[in-house]
Design a protein around this ligand. Structure first.
Ligand code: OGA
Ligand code: MN
Length: 289
């Protein structure tokens, strides 16, 4: 068994984990310790990992069921598991600021939880850095669990029974149009606004760029509450900004975290990260009437 060494990254959440090689053999105790650390810290950074796609997928499978990437599937029906984050193409060339691929990724610069618009959203995302800009292109994280804990009691009580509609076509509208085949595969879904971690019972709310409305509420009332919750979660003092180093493998818990890219000059830099996700363990969905 590996002896995990855990160093907090932010007062509320996040840990830097050393003493474990994710590409080496991992025992069931190691996996259980990592799962427990995810449930506790919500964000783990494993520096200096000698990663490749095969090891990345093997580690993903140790955590759970890999989630098929939705953009390629939505457009073409082809199932693939890796998302490429950044501007480096499969042939090794780089896209520049003016390329549509670079523009499309601007959607990642809105606070979001990966795949919150799916019936079964992602539980963890696993992102590994192969090439990173120098001093740019950080990824920011906040905890909706800590933000929930800060809510006034009456507000926590008020939001407890609500449903929140997450909608990919809605969240992409200001960024880039969604391919019609893709859009047809991504109808809006209604999730519980307040969810609890099954291991420790800690609650959080579940918002972000894909959150379109509160089920059954008017547009303006919905927007007011969703914007208020987002603002409470993303106060500057609550943000952990991850400055990537080559070899970082970062795992986060989408059930209770929001993240966003901060952008970088794609004319100048190569940014190449690879991402997989683990399918969530509950539908958590309420039918839309
Ligand atoms: C992601 C993501 C933002 C970034 O990998 O899911 O949103 O830093 N990344 O590019
Ligand atoms: Mn993301």
């Amino acid at each position: 068994m590996n002896q995990l060494s855990i160093e907090p990254l932010h007062p509320d959440f996040g840990a830097r984990v050393s003493g474990v090689n994710l590409t080496g053999p991992l025992s069931s105790d190691d996996i259980e310790n990592i799962r427990e650390a995810i449930d506790t810290y919500s964000l783990l950074c494993f520096p200096n990992q000698d990663m490749n796609d095969e090891h990345h997928m093997a580690f993903t499978r140790l955590l759970g069921e890999p989630e098929a990437e939705h953009v390629t599937f939505g457009k073409t029906g082809v199932v693939k598991y890796f998302g490429t984050v950044g501007n480096v193409q499969p042939d090794g060339t780089k896209q520049v600021n003016a390329d549509t691929g670079t523009k499309y990724q601007k959607g990642n610069q809105l606070w979001h939880s990966d795949s919150s618009f799916r019936e079964v959203p992602s539980r963890e995302s696993i992102l590994h850095a192969y090439e990173v800009p120098d001093g740019e292109g950080d990824t920011e994280f906040v905890s909706m669990r800590s933000a929930y804990a800060r809510l006034p009691e009456d507000m926590a009580r008020q939001i407890d029974p609500l449903g929140v509609v997450h909608d990919y076509v809605f969240s992409r509208a200001p960024v880039a149009p969604v391919d019609p085949n893709h859009a047809a595969n991504m109808p809006p879904v209604n999730h519980r606004l307040v969810r609890a971690n099954p291991r420790n019972g800690l609650k959080n709310f579940y918002v972000g760029s894909h959150a379109r409305s509160i089920a059954g509420w008017s547009g303006i009332e919905s927007r007011r509450l969703l914007d208020d919750l987002l603002a409470r979660a993303t106060r500057p003092e609550d943000v952990y900004s991850h400055r990537w180093s080559m070899g970082d493998t970062v795992v986060w818990d989408n059930r209770c975290m929001l993240h966003r890219g901060t952008g970088y000059d794609a004319d100048r830099w190569r940014r190449n990260l690879r991402q997989t996700r683990v399918v969530g363990d509950e539908k958590g969905i309420i039918p839309l009437s």
